[in-house]
Design a protein around this ligand. Structure first.
Ligand SMILES: Nc1ncnc2c1ncn2[C@@H]1O[C@H](COP(=O)(O)OP(=O)(O)OP(=O)(O)O)[C@@H](O)[C@H]1O
Length: 282
């Protein structure tokens, strides 16, 4: 559905460097990374809203620029900055956008308006941040898109609605021909629904792997300060000292067990733990 190879883009103070990853049919991929790590830039490059310096981006097996129109017809896109005309009503804006899509489904759009408690006669500049996001989602989900790409779609949404959105996204990929790619800072959302996680830091991909594999391959280690020898420090993927000892991330549980036996606690990490320690180390 999406294949990026050796993508490069240089700004004055930042660069996307040799970014490669792939998203297959039927899966949800979460795109995570600290603030300013290059998530929005990568998404803009996929959507051809920015010009790449080099590398290739294929969507549905086709070059994203040569086949832009055809590709965008099949993508549902949600972007975190407002891209609607603020002075129009929901209905007027929808009437501008809908004709661009060959498979626009007005009945489905109306259903989402109702489910999301949105009133089509409301002006866009009178909508709250969450309501605008709901409207953007309704548009993205109402034209039978095969690939949904979203930049922080759940930011600004309350936990109840966020969970409803996750349920909708999950039901969409029950059709195994569809895929979803979205960036977020809410890693618990990904723990709930993502199949793959791509982690970007300082413009470079740290990993792009199956979520379950990632969670299995790392562990959080907790021990006393006396255990934290310089040798151990070097072998850890990042650590922090606390009042009662140290907490760290490792990708080699067995080595830690062999080294420290039962003196330390070895626990399952969350995605947030992994992101925190790796980004901090870099
Ligand atoms: N048009 C531009 N010109 C110059 N620098 C840019 C431009 N767009 C983005 N940047 C820089 O690129 C870096 C990455 O920005 P980007 O918006 O891709 O990060 P992000 O991972 O989406 O961050 P966040 O999580 O905060 O949304 C930042 O340092 C930003 O200042």
């Amino acid at each position: 559905m999406l294949k990026i190879e050796n993508l490069n883009k240089k700004f004055k103070n930042f660069e996307i460097k040799d970014v490669s990853f792939e998203l297959k049919k039927g899966y949800i991929m979460g795109f995570i990374g600290p603030n300013g790590s290059g998530k929005t830039t990568t998404i803009k490059l996929i959507m051809n809203l920015l010009k790449k310096d080099s590398g290739s981006i294929e969507v549905f097996g086709k070059d994203n620029i040569k086949f832009e129109r055809e590709i965008k017809d099949r993508i549902g896109f949600v972007y975190d900055e407002g891209y609607f005309y603020e002075d129009l009503t929901i209905k007027q804006m929808k009437n501008i956008v809908a004709p661009f899509y060959t498979q626009w489904d007005e009945k489905l759009f109306k259903k989402y308006m109702k489910d999301f408690s949105l009133d089509e006669t409301q002006k866009i500049n009178k909508l709250s941040k969450g309501m605008k996001m709901k409207f953007a989602l309704a548009i993205a989900l109402s034209h039978n898109a095969d690939l949904i790409i979203m930049d922080e779609p759940t930011s600004g949404l309350d936990p109840i609605f966020r969970r409803e959105i996750l349920d909708i996204l999950y039901s969409i990929i029950q059709d195994e021909n569809k895929s979803i790619f979205f960036s977020t800072h809410i890693t618990t959302d990904l723990e709930r629904i993502a199949d793959y996680i791509t982690f970007i830091d300082e413009g470079k991909i740290v990993f792009s792997k199956e979520k379950d594999l990632i969670l299995e391959s790392y562990a959080v280690v907790k021990g006393g300060n006396e255990d934290l020898t310089p040798e151990l420090e070097k072998s850890l993927l990042g650590f922090r000292k606390t009042n009662v000892g140290f907490e760290a991330l490792t990708d080699d549980k067995n080595m830690i067990r062999d080294l420290l036996g039962e003196d330390v606690l070895i626990e399952k990490p969350s995605l947030e733990d992994i992101m925190f320690y790796i980004a901090r180390r870099q």
